[in-house]
Design a protein around this ligand. Structure first.
Ligand SMILES: O=C(O)CCC(=O)C(=O)O
Length: 265
């Protein structure tokens, strides 16, 4: 599977310009790399303009989702559509969306864990459902949003249900870059899956975002990594069969003893 990642510099509080920017990037990337799948970052229509997020949020995804669907069909690509501020019944969620080549929404997820360090709980509402496995081009995958990465308890079930690739869409600040890189590698090793992440770069108010979008294989080796400061495209072709090989060589899943594990923690 050929993957293009957009490590984007998001224009804060300007959804229409960000839509144009994403459209232009995809058009160019399709010509250059002909990917099967593209990945966008977290909150790519607005960045972290939380104080005014209710003004910029898309009502029920009525603009963003059709926009991505049209792109998917036009260019025959699968889209891990990052996430966007999504207003539902007056509340704003941080919603990720996945669209297949046919232009169908195959998965939608509201970020469950809200970030106290960024004041998210004051402005956003957390999702009430943990991530689930979905399929693109016959491959089982999972998707989480940024801070969710810290919660292994929602990622392990995805691996147990057969996910071979975990996508992380993020606006991870530069301050905790060592956590960002190391936890991703850990999740890849412990779940013996590919990890594909898309972070943004640039700043908004006091926040600076740290790039370093990554693709890590099921052995925990980093295959590609973005810079810390620059907007860029990362392209890679991955072979998901490597997941099976890693799981065969170190059979963590068949060594598990679930009847001894505490439930509900
Ligand atoms: O967990 C962190 O340190 C950063 C999380 C974050 O920036 C986010 O979820 O948007």
């Amino acid at each position: 599977m050929k993957i293009s990642i957009y490590q984007m510099e998001i224009i804060p509080g300007n959804p229409s310009e960000n839509l144009k920017k994403v459209h232009a990037w995809i058009e160019k990337e399709v010509k250059i790399s002909a990917p099967d799948l593209i990945v966008l970052p977290e909150m790519w229509t607005t960045s972290y303009t939380l104080e005014d997020i209710h003004l910029y949020a898309d009502d029920n995804g009525q603009t963003i989702v059709p926009f991505l669907k049209t792109i998917a069909k036009t260019f025959n690509i699968n889209i891990i559509g990052g996430s966007f501020a999504n207003k539902v019944d007056g509340k704003v969620y941080n919603t990720a969306v996945v669209i297949n080549r046919q232009g169908d929404t195959v998965y939608q997820y509201d970020k469950v864990h809200l970030v106290p360090m960024l004041n998210e709980p004051k402005y956003l509402v957390g999702g009430q459902k943990v991530p689930e496995v979905f399929k693109l081009d016959g491959i089982k995958m999972g998707l989480i949003i940024c801070y969710d990465l810290r919660f292994s308890e929602i990622i392990r079930p995805l691996a147990l249900e057969g996910a071979e690739v975990l996508f992380i869409v993020a606006e991870w600040p530069i301050d905790r870059l060592n956590h960002w890189k190391n936890i991703q590698i850990t999740r890849a090793i412990e779940n013996q899956m590919f990890v594909v992440s898309c972070n943004n770069v640039g700043s908004y108010q006091t926040y600076t975002f740290g790039g370093n979008s990554m693709v890590i294989n099921p052995w925990g080796n980093t295959l590609i990594q973005g810079s810390t400061t620059d907007e860029e495209s990362l392209f890679i072709s991955i072979d998901v069969e490597e997941t099976l090989e890693a799981r065969k060589e170190v059979p963590v899943f068949s060594s598990r003893v679930p009847n001894l594990y505490k439930q509900g923690l």
